[in-house]
Design a protein around this ligand. Structure first.
Ligand code: C2E
Ligand code: MG
Ligand code: MG
Ligand code: MG
Length: 277
């Protein structure tokens, strides 16, 4: 139909679009077999107490080692996994695998990202229970990070799933707070345990008074609602001092460690948490 109306621009546009579609289709086909071929790996990024710098736990972050395209980040393949439904088996695998690893950490917390698509599945609570039972990780050590919390809280069914998760003893964090997927209205409707302040607010902290004002407001909100606050994307000491001064509970970012293998994370635990006060 578009072709029939098409002018000259269509001839230029079409090949590029076909290319994108072809790439997308190829990636989806590869993603279907990626789990079986053990191309997915989980990295762990430390989450620290801002006051003491001690490691309180880690966030699991997925990577895809594609046989020809190299390492592909979750920003590229998670949306494809969501569109195709592959996020359900992939997400179940991440949960169980990461819980197994975190079982060795002696009570530290493990944060796992979950998509709205996963939480909408009626079977999601069973998936979480199974991962905990098989790994032996206590429920209080597991925290689920939800980005599109705002969309979930609009439906009574998913609110029900969220509260069943909380009654298991699992904690819930609202990821990317301030970006629109995670909103104030949602906090009114549902009790979250943690707010993760999006990296975009942390980036400008040191030089921008408006960024500081926004951060201060979010921390005040967290403390009024008795919700833990975590700042994402902390890259330098200046940002950390500000977060300490404002009373943000936790921080995460390249300053403390990039996402790393389980072995590297455990080595850091050994040195950092045993020496620090
Ligand atoms: P997110 O949960 O908000 O994770 C934080 C992202 O910021 C990660 O990107 C992390 O590597 C990056 N980051 C951490 N510290 C810094 C810093 O100091 N500076 C900068 N510039 N970046 C930092 P990553 O690993 O590419 O993950 C992107 C997103 O993909 C995540 O955002 C999360 O929403 C999603 N994701 C990752 N793993 C999974 C998963 O297993 N399941 C689902 N459903 N989503 C996942
Ligand atoms: Mg996250
Ligand atoms: Mg985030
Ligand atoms: Mg994100």
């Amino acid at each position: 139909q578009a072709k029939a109306e098409g002018g000259s621009c269509l001839r230029i546009f079409e090949p590029a679009m076909n290319d994108r579609l072809r790439t997308r289709r190829a990636l989806v086909a590869d993603l279907r077999v990626a789990m079986a071929r053990q191309e997915l790996t989980i990295l762990f990024q430390p989450q620290v107490s801002t006051a003491t710098r001690r490691i309180k736990g880690a966030e699991a972050l997925l990577r895809w080692h594609h046989p020809t395209r190299g390492v592909i980040g979750p920003d590229v393949f998670i949306p494809l996994a969501e569109e195709t439904g592959l996020i359900v088996p992939i997400g179940a695998w991440v949960l169980e695998e990461a819980c197994h690893v975190a079982r060795r950490w002696g009570g530290l917390s493990l944060a796992v990202n979950v998509s709205a698509h996963q939480v909408r599945q009626a079977s999601f609570v069973d998936t979480v229970e199974r991962a905990l039972a098989r790994s032996g990780l206590p429920a209080r050590c597991l925290e689920l990070e939800i980005t599109e919390a705002a969309m979930l809280a609009n439906s009574a069914e998913t609110l029900g799933i969220l509260s069943r998760l909380r009654s298991l003893g699992v904690r819930l964090a609202m990821d990317d707070f301030g970006t629109g997927y995670s909103s104030l209205a949602t906090l009114q409707r549902f009790r979250f345990d943690k707010i993760k302040v999006d990296r975009s607010f942390v980036r400008h902290l040191v030089h921008d008074a408006r960024a500081v004002a926004l951060l201060r407001a979010v921390i005040a909100l967290g403390s009024a609602l008795d919700v833990t606050t975590n700042a994402e994307g902390v890259e330098d000491e200046g940002q950390l001092s500000l977060l300490q001064a404002e009373g943000c509970d936790e921080a995460q970012g390249y300053l403390f460690g990039r996402p790393m293998s389980a072995a590297d994370f455990e080595a850091q635990l050994g040195t950092r948490n045993s020496s620090a006060a």
